[in-house]
Design a protein around this ligand. Structure first.
Ligand SMILES: Cc1ncc(COP(=O)(O)O)c(C=O)c1O
Length: 376
């Protein structure tokens, strides 16, 4: 019996009827770009997140790049982020014309360390001519970054904040006694709807969430050829709109997101019970942060042995990510060296993602845990 890392076919079965109705309506209206389905999804996702505006865009990468551009980040500016993330976070900074400045993560959360951020800003030895103008915290694996602490530091140093919530649809954090969704406390929160995400479409998609009307309008224009009217263009924009077909699929999936995330959290709790004391480090969920468990990652110096045992038992698994960005060839020109970010490097060497999706059965979870234990 093989155990899938991710089961998109099971998701599709749950949404089949609603998705069919959505697609039928789309074909009847032949409104394939823009149109009511896209507007409805933007409204519904904004309501779900609790923000005023959602702008659908072509991908999470587009969301990050357009957020920076719409906030006026450009050549000479520094943008602080972490090396323990997917390459798109840094690519967006470079593609906006700015310079990535890395700060290490907190090894307990794998997210941007507020302490390291403070120390970096205090030291004042910046890599960009203008110094940092923005920070991109990443909600890695679905655990929200400590956004209240990041926001306080950003305020002190006059930094804009763009939250990379591409892995954190529906995750929550408690701020001043109130639970709010990841991606809603920054100037802009960026989401990816890549198929494997907790809220994923049938191709590429993304969104930018904000409470800033001007930012939403500028980002929407940039995503649509800089348009002010059909053939009126105030700027050179991009063709980076969220595809209407994807918006229709996302409307169908959004209805299930809360249930699916609840099941992910139950699976995570079960993994915790079954793996307690096994010798591997289990993902932490500090008080006030509620992960949506995009991934369930454990850490162990014996990662490769566990992986071999999982592979031998036909159990899907993954490494997110095997090399931190500062050591990637794409980032070589930034001039970082091995040893610059020890926490990120250690996570890359030891991290292992176990199967995690809402349709995983309790028996499958028990089998995965038994194989992990056996390997240790
Ligand atoms: C942390 C993070 N940032 C950005 C992205 C980019 O999103 P997309 O693939 O939709 O461009 C991803 C997607 O995997 C991601 O995980």
């Amino acid at each position: 019996m093989s155990i899938k890392f991710l089961d998109l076919a099971a998701q599709n079965r749950e949404i089949a009827q609603r998705a069919a109705r959505e697609l039928e309506a789309l074909h009847a209206a032949t409104s394939y770009v823009g149109g009511p389905a896209l507007a409805a999804f933007e409204r519904e996702f904004a309501a779900y997140l609790g923000v005023k505006y959602v702008v659908g865009v072509g991908s999470g990468s587009d969301a990050l790049r357009l957020a920076l551009l719409a906030l006026g980040i450009g050549p000479g500016d520094g943008v602080i982020t972490v090396p323990m993330t997917f390459i798109a976070t840094a690519a967006a900074i470079v593609q906006a014309g700015a310079v990535p400045e890395f700060v290490d993560v907190d090894p307990s959360t794998c997210n941007l360390s507020p302490d390291h951020l403070c120390r970096y800003l205090e030291a004042g030895r910046f890599r960009s001519p203008n110094g940092p103008r923005a920070v991109i915290p990443v909600d890695l694996y679905g655990l929200p970054c400590a956004m209240d602490q990041v926001a306080a530091i950003a305020h002190q140093y006059k930094l804009l904040v763009v939250e990379d919530a591409c892995q954190a649809h529906g995750a929550r954090l408690s701020v001043g006694g109130r639970w709010v969704r990841a991606g809603t406390l920054a100037d802009a929160g960026c989401f990816s709807f890549y198929p494997a995400k907790n809220l994923g479409c049938w191709g590429q998609g993304g969104a930018l969430a904000t409470n800033d009307e001007r930012l939403a309008a500028v980002a929407a224009r940039l995503a649509d050829h800089g348009r002010t009217s059909h053939y009126g263009h105030e700027a050179y924009g991009y063709n980076a709109r969220l595809d209407t077909l994807q918006a229709a699929v996302l409307r169908a999936k959004l209805e299930h997101l809360e249930d699916w995330n609840r099941r992910r959290r139950a699976i995570a709790a079960r993994y915790r019970e079954l793996l307690n004391g096994c010798g591997a480090l289990l993902p932490e969920e500090p008080a006030g942060l509620e992960s949506c468990y995009h991934l369930f990652t454990i850490r162990s110096a014996r990662r490769d042995a566990i992986r071999a045992a999982l592979n031998a038992a036909a159990i899907g698994n993954g490494i997110h990510y095997p090399l931190p960005l500062h050591l990637q060839p794409a980032c070589a020109a930034l001039g970082y060296r091995p040893g610059d970010f020890p926490a990120s490097e250690r996570i890359a060497e030891t991290t292992l993602s176990l199967p995690m999706h809402p349709h995983l059965t309790d028996d499958e979870v028990a089998t995965v845990a038994a194989v992990v234990r056996g390997a240790l």
